[in-house]
Each structure stands twice: as C-alpha cells, then as structure tokens.
Write a protein that binds this ligand. Sequence first.
Ligand code: ZN
Length: 326
Amino acid sequence: MSRTLQAPVTVAFDYTRSTGPVLGRFLTGLRDGVVVAGRTSDGEIVVPPPEYDPVTHAQLDDFVEVAAEGSVVSWTWVPEPVKGQPLDRPFAFALVLLDGATRTLLHALDVPTPDAVSTGMRVRVRWAGERVGAITDIACFEPADGSAAGAGGAGGAGGTEPLAVPDPVTGVITPVSLDYVYAASPEESAFYRGLAEGRIVGQRCPSCGKVYVPPRAACPTDGTPTTDEVEVSHSGTVTTFCIVNVPFLGQRITPPYVSAYVLLDGADIAVLHLILDIPADQVRMGMRVKAVWKPREEWGTTIENISHFAPTGEPDADFDSYRHHL
Ligand SMILES: [Zn+2]
C-alpha cells in the first residue's frame, strides 16, 4: 500500500466576457466568414487586430479584411494533443501569414505527419461547420495545395444573400478547465484513510497542544512537526458561515444553502462543510451540529463520506467557547 493518497481533480469555470469593439469586430468577421485585421499606425496589418496601437497606444479603429489563405512562416509538431486543443489527432501549430497581413496568426494546421508541413507551404482556413463568433470558427488550417481558386473564406461570405444582417458579436463564453492530480501529504492521507473507516482523525501539536483537522505536517503556530494522532468528535459548533445564493458550474445543491466552518469538539481549527436539514436563514453562529454520514457502501477515502452537517438540537454554544477559533 502506498504511503500517501492521490486523486484526480478538475477545476472548471465558464467566463462570460464582453469582447469590446475591436475583438468584437474580429469575431463578427469570423462568424460571417471573413478574417478582419487591424492596421496600426506604423502600417502593420495585424491578425487578430490589437485593441490598442502598439506605438501610439490609441484605440485601434482601422480595420481591413485579409484573405483566409496564406503561407506557413514557422511551425511545431504536436504528436500527442491534450484535451481542449483544436484537433484530437497529431497536428502542427503554425504561424500563418495570411495574404494581405504583415503579422502572423497562430493556429492549428491539419496534416497527418510532420513531413507534410514545410515553411512557406500554402494553407487556408478550414471554417467550422457552424460559426458562432468565436476563434473556434476557424476550425484549423489545411493545405491549400496551390490550387485554391479565389479566397476560400471571402467566397463563403460573398455567396450568402445579404438579407438580415445579424447583430455584431459583443460577448463570448470561455470555458476554463484545469485537470490535475492532488497528492495528499502523509498526514492528510491518514485523515482520508480515517474517513474511509468512519473516523475523523487529526493531529496534536506536541508543543502547544493544538489539534488540527485535517492534520498538517507541522503546527502553523509554532512550526513543530505534529505526530500525535487524535480522533475528534463528529459533533461541533458552527463558527462562521455563508449562505450560497448563486448558481455555479457543477453545483449539486439548489441554492440557497449554507457552507459553514464547523469547530469539531476536540479540534482547534474548524473544517468547512455544508449545513443542511435546516432552512438556510436559520443557521447561526454557535449552532451545534453533527456529521451526517453517507451509507457505508458509498464511502471512499474522501471528505464526501460525510454528506453534510445537521443540527443536533442542543442549546447553542457560548460565544466564548469558540471565539478564539473564528
Ligand atoms: Zn503548536
């Protein structure tokens, strides 16, 4: 058995961003099948257009359309794409100088092997099947084979009847996600293994006597290594709390609900958990609560073995009993 535990963790959040007039113009162009560049004060044609002129710092408002076709200036091979990259098979990232531009655009180039890429090769935009006004409207670049008749992208826009002009793009939703492996320390591993046995395990500092749950490797107060394992009560006192009113990605409980710090009896530091089985507006500082465990067959080595904390019905704790633990 390994000494420590580890577990995969994903942190994900959707950003809703306003694009502003410059990137909005660029993204509106992509949705409509054209590549919009910005002309800077020193005559560069830049894709995507910068929001401010790099020399004068004035807001950029000189836009020009460039071709959806160009030449590879530089590239690198991606043999093992990771989640979220433009293609799920090996591909090249290429700096592409679109015809009409003077600065390159970085994007994926769909070719089967590195032998199929070369500096100077002609490539063109492969548009996404459904364009929504995002950088992903350019699915990737593909070899143009030197035979493309007319600019591929501009043709797409020109072939559309100019009936209703859709509104300009003013916002995008950008999902942000990070996968990582959390490696627990030996002390935390003991805590999680305790949870798998229905116990809440902390460690006492041999110097100042404080009990930490979950245990740290060293006492945060005096730095002494904490080695004495102690089991703490499943009951405790709400010290501080917040009422969660806002929905968010991955939320499993319908708001409003309470997330609280609970000072377990025998511990000197509070743990954060849910307070349920009571209306959110009745939770209060000093309220006595106890851990409600999930059915044993659902247990793992996780704090989620404890479903939530619920009121015990005891009288509230005196403020003095937890004032030093806020
Ligand atoms: Zn200490």
